[in-house]
Each structure stands twice: as C-alpha cells, then as structure tokens.
Design a protein around this ligand. Structure first.
Ligand code: OFO
Length: 170
C-alpha cells in the first residue's frame, strides 16, 4: 500500500503532468491559428505524452491501493510573441517538471518507498529527453532568427515528429 505522503505528492504530480498537457495544447491552438501546422503537430504529440505521464502516476497510486485525487488545473497562457518564445516557455516548463520529479525521488528515498523509487526511474530518463528535445528546438529557432524561409523549413521539420514508442504502446 502506498503511504499518505507519497500518495499526496503523486496526486500533485498528476496535476503537474496534466497542466503540461494543457499548456502544450494551448500551444497547439496558438500554432494552428498562426498556420504553423508542423509545430502544432509537434505540440499535439507532446501534449498526448503528458497525459500518458499523468496516467503512469494515476495507475501507480491505484495499483497500490491508494486514492487518486484529481485537482483543478490552472488556465494556461494563450499566446506567445513568437515560436521561439513558445518553445522557450516549454523548455522552462520541462525544467520545472524535472525539479518536481527530483523532489519525488527524494521523498521515495526518505520514506523507504522502493516501489515508487523504481517507478520514478523511468521519469528521470524521460526528463533528460524532454529537456533535450525542447532545448534543441529553442536552439534551432534561435539560429533561424527572423528568417521567414527558415521558419517554414523548421515548421516542416517539426511536423515529421512521430509518437514515442513508449507512449504509442500505451
Ligand atoms: Fe511529463 O514530461 Fe513534460 O512535462
């Protein structure tokens, strides 16, 4: 059975992951409105991954006879001044999520909760990938600067992203 402290912290993490999904969905709407369909597609997959992340915590609590509690989500930002600003916000958000995962790992260690510790290992690796993938787009958009042609090419490239195997299997 899961302990109360870990249960509460994981319920909080479900909220963080769903807020990630919500934020990226807001970016989908923004990019579609700007006719940047490739970036919208990239963010659609990102948003879907976040729901799958939330479900990993949801299932973990449930499987250990805990109580899942869904909390209210905060409203995400609606517009960004440029694609670069949006991806910078996504990168900053991923760094925030990494901190939250690290806090959960610390809690698992304090509580001697080995089941949570093992489950959280997947997220440690995932957060390295999440920070890397958003930072790479930030770097690309910084290089492109104000070039309209470069932006069209970047949009096309980002539209080729496919779902991560772990997520598409779920
Ligand atoms: Fe769930 O990894 Fe991004 O936020």
């Amino acid at each position: 059975m899961i302990g109360k402290r870990m249960q509460d912290a994981m319920n909080e993490q479900i909220k963080h992951e769903l807020e990630s999904a919500y934020l990226y969905l807001a970016m989908v709407a923004h990019f579609r409105a700007e006719s940047l369909d490739g970036m919208a597609q990239w963010m659609t997959l990102q948003s879907q991954e976040e729901v799958a992340h939330a479900m990993r915590f949801f299932n973990h609590i449930d499987e250990r006879d805990g109580q899942v509690e869904l909390k209210a989500l905060s409203q995400p930002q609606k517009e960004w001044a440029s694609p670069l600003e949006a991806f910078q916000a996504a990168y900053e958000h991923e760094r925030f999520i990494t901190e939250k995962i690290n806090d959960l790992v610390k809690l698992a260690s304090e509580e001697g909760d080995h089941a949570a510790g093992i489950m959280l290992q997947w997220f440690i690796t995932e957060q390295v990938e999440e920070e890397d993938s958003t930072k790479k787009v930030v770097d690309l958009l910084e290089r492109i600067g104000d070039s309209g042609h470069g932006l069209i090419m970047a949009d096309r490239e980002l539209g080729t992203r496919s779902a991560a195997p772990a997520e598409s299997e779920e």
